[in-house]
Design a protein around this ligand. Structure first.
Ligand code: NAP
Length: 293
């Protein structure tokens, strides 16, 4: 048993995965654009993740672009049995790195083929449709057309499961009327709790919720309450932020991102941090402070 087994497992698509996984976005260059500054270190992080028990890795061909998927293939192929690679489509980068929507039939089909080629796979485990109606957060609008394209690609055998990212509850409901939705990936962490109700709804139906920016993203979370709890538990603030998410709902699967083996090991050890009720209540103040700010 690895230490991350303490966090338990949850179904994701047709497999069960450990609730502590890894997000590969930070492996690409600065701003997730261009090659990594240290390719060998990036390969080492991925190998350390799998050696540490990670069986769920989140990626996209638009990280780099292409770079992150190529590093994953170099580090891990032939892939261990039971490793679930989750990718996402629906966006692209321009020559300067700006994020643009890419949700036409042609763009989605190209993106699925790019992911297959760069990861060295014949079928993708899970493909999230990443809505770009607003790049910064969920925005209302129909996602029926792009989901119909992904459902076609699924019927062709190129995709096993379809998920959603950066979506509203109404879009989750629309998506579920079109195809089976394997997971939802939205921004959520101690200080960003807009999806509290959605997480509960998905938990009731056994659908995993995968928070992106679980540690706060490019500017990791900082708060006196977090530091206070971490100090009392003998853990680091990042471990406490992850332990809070694990405790928050059983359908939450974590994909913290890092380009550092030291941080990776620290994050996986968050599975061993038990968060008592009174300390979880202290942490809930962070969301309240944030809402009041
Ligand atoms: N669907 C979407 O739109 C979307 C958007 C963003 C991200 N994602 C996915 O979500 C995953 C997670 O998000 P993220 O990586 O952007 O953000 P994150 O996991 O919230 O935080 C990553 C940041 O925290 C730092 N960090 C990680 N572990 C740390 C530790 N133990 N101590 C101190 N600092 C630590 C990292 O720096 P170091 O490298 O120095 O450790 C990095 O700056 C991504 O990898 C990606 O797969 C999806």
């Amino acid at each position: 048993m690895t230490s991350i087994d303490q966090a338990g497992t949850h179904p994701l698509g047709s497999r069960r995965v450990r609730r502590l996984g890894y997000g590969a976005m930070q492996l690409a260059g600065p701003g997730v654009f261009g090659p990594p500054k240290d390719r060998e270190a990036a390969v080492a992080v991925l190998r350390a993740a799998v050696a540490g028990g990670v069986d769920h890795i989140d990626t996209s061909d638009f990280y780099g672009p292409h770079e992150t998927n190529r590093i994953i293939r170099e580090a891990l192929a032939p892939y261990p049995a039971g490793l679930t690679l989750v990718t996402k489509v629906g966006a692209r980068r321009d020559d300067r790195g700006a994020w643009l929507p890419a949700a036409s039939r042609e763009a989605l089909t190209q993106a699925v083929h790019d992911n297959l080629r760069h990861l060295g796979l014949e079928v993708l485990d899970v493909v999230n449709f990443r809505s770009m109606l607003d790049v910064h957060g969920p925005a209302e609008g129909s996602i029926a057309a792009p989901l119909a394209v992904l459902a076609d690609l699924q019927r062709q055998g190129l995709i096993r499961h379809i998920g959603l990212s950066n979506v509203t509850p109404a879009q989750v409901a629309e998506g579920r009327s079109i195809c089976e939705i394997a997971c939802v990936q939205n921004q959520y962490n101690l200080a960003h709790r807009g999806d509290d109700a959605l997480i509960g709804d998905l938990a009731r139906d056994g659908i995993p919720y995968v928070p992106f920016f679980p540690l706060g993203g490019f500017s990791p979370l900082q708060s006196s309450a977090l530091s206070e709890v971490a100090g009392r538990l003998g853990a680091t603030p990042m471990q406490v932020a992850l332990a809070w998410l694990l405790r928050r709902s059983p359908n939450i699967l974590l994909i913290p991102g890092t380009a550092s083996v030291v941080h990776l090991r620290e994050n996986l050890a968050a599975a061993e941090v038990a968060l008592p009720d009174e300390m979880a209540a202290v942490l809930d103040r962070i969301a309240a402070e944030n809402a009041a700010a």
